[in-house]
Ligand binder design. Structure first.
Ligand code: GH3
Ligand code: MG
Ligand code: MG
Length: 345
């Protein structure tokens, strides 16, 4: 037991990203506690309601992750899980729920600075001994501490958004998962998606005339604007989308599984949210945005396309959303020749 525990602790603490950390915690609990099902759920807010969505779980004895799935699980309202709601209301670390068919579920919210964004669900047909409960508690603490460290290395300290390094990792993983060697089921899914025009989209956002903000009001107000724009980004996109601070006053958004029409609407809505926001002292701030469909080209090329659309927006009035593929179609932008990758480097 001791040896197995150590092996799992080593495994948990050698992970460098949240998904792998989740997987190693799920397999530790599955094996050490002998639990029938272990799931990691993420909790997220959408339109002022709290939702729960499984991120990693056990399927046929193996650990699987929602990132391996090609379809999105929109999640369920947290009210569908009353025991979880109770555990959070009462600020408990653990809440047991016994169903009619005598199945035992433990809900273990992961508390970080008075907030819960992740929780574990452990299902077992038999009661847990005090020993297993102690092991679970220990693993939960390691999990909590380690999440904290990972968050710190993945995020930008000013805005709390995911940083450039995380973007590079996530983006290349996203592109790798759409290469031909994916499962037939996923390929089928992808074909259905293309037929319905559903795709993934990448946008580059840049604040307009941000130098003026710094020059007129000073760096501290500039920083404040960055934080407020980051908040507007967070509230304008869905939980399954990803927002990154790319550097300076530039941000990148990955929009998942949506049509061109919806992508445009969502980006326009964000642009309008910024335009309508009253920034303390500074007043009005606007952003320009360039976006493109995520194809199976290389990351540099895709980013380059979004960047070209952004520069077009900047050169044509700012406070605009521009779509690369359309600008190329209408001849407003020249599609690059095939040696563009070389030029980028
Ligand atoms: P444009 O509309 O063409 O984008 O004009 P701009 O003034 O925003 O031009 P540019 O992108 O070249 O300027 C970015 C400025 O952002 C320059 C830099 O001083 C400022 N900046 C970058 N990072 C930070 C930061 O972390 N805090 C603050 N306060 N300013 C920053
Ligand atoms: Mg810039
Ligand atoms: Mg700018």
């Amino acid at each position: 037991m001791m040896e197995a525990l150590l092996k799992h602790l080593v495994d948990i603490t050698c992970q460098r990203d949240h998904r792998l950390l989740d997987s190693s915690v799920v397999s530790a609990l599955h094996e050490l506690v002998g639990a029938e099902q272990v799931r990691v759920h993420e909790l997220f807010r959408f339109r002022d309601e709290l939702f729960v969505r499984p991120r990693v779980w056990i399927k046929d004895g193996k650990v699987v992750s929602s990132e391996d799935m090609d379809t999105d699980n929109a999640g369920e309202p947290i009210s569908n899980y009353p025991a979880l709601v109770d555990s959070i209301r009462q600020r408990k670390d653990c809440m047991e729920q016994i169903t009619e068919n005598n199945e035992r579920t433990l809900w273990l919210p992961v508390w970080l600075n008075d907030k819960v964004s992740t929780c574990l669900e452990v299902k077992n047909p038999t009661p847990y001994s005090s020993d297993t409960l102690r092991v679970m508690e220990g693993i939960l603490s390691v999990y909590r501490n380690y999440q904290n460290i990972l968050d710190y290395s993945e995020r930008d300290s000013l805005t709390g958004l995911l940083n450039r390094k995380t973007f590079d990792e996530k983006f290349s993983r996203l592109l790798a998962s759409s290469t031909p060697e994916m499962s037939p089921q996923n390929q089928e899914e992808r074909r259905n998606q293309s037929a319905t025009g559903i795709g993934q989209w990448l946008a580059v956002v840049d604040i307009d005339h941000f130098k003026r903000v710094n020059d007129q009001f000073g760096h501290l107000y500039g920083d404040e604007v960055l934080i407020l724009v980051a908040n507007l980004l967070r509230s304008s996109f869905r939980a399954q989308d990803r927002v990154f601070r790319f550097g300076g006053e530039e941000f990148v958004v990955l929009l998942r599984s949506t049509t061109l029409e919806d992508a445009r609407k969502i980006f326009e809505r964000f642009r309008t949210n910024v335009e309508q926001h009253e920034f303390p002292q500074v007043g009005k701030v606007t952003v320009s945005l360039g976006f493109t469909k995520i194809s199976n080209e290389s990351p540099v090329v895709i980013l380059g396309h979004a960047d070209q659309a952004l520069y077009y927006a900047k050169a044509n009035g700012r406070n605009r959303v521009c779509y690369y593929d359309e600008l190329v179609e209408t001849g407003e932008l020249q599609s690059e020749v095939s040696n563009d990758e070389v030029e980028f480097f």
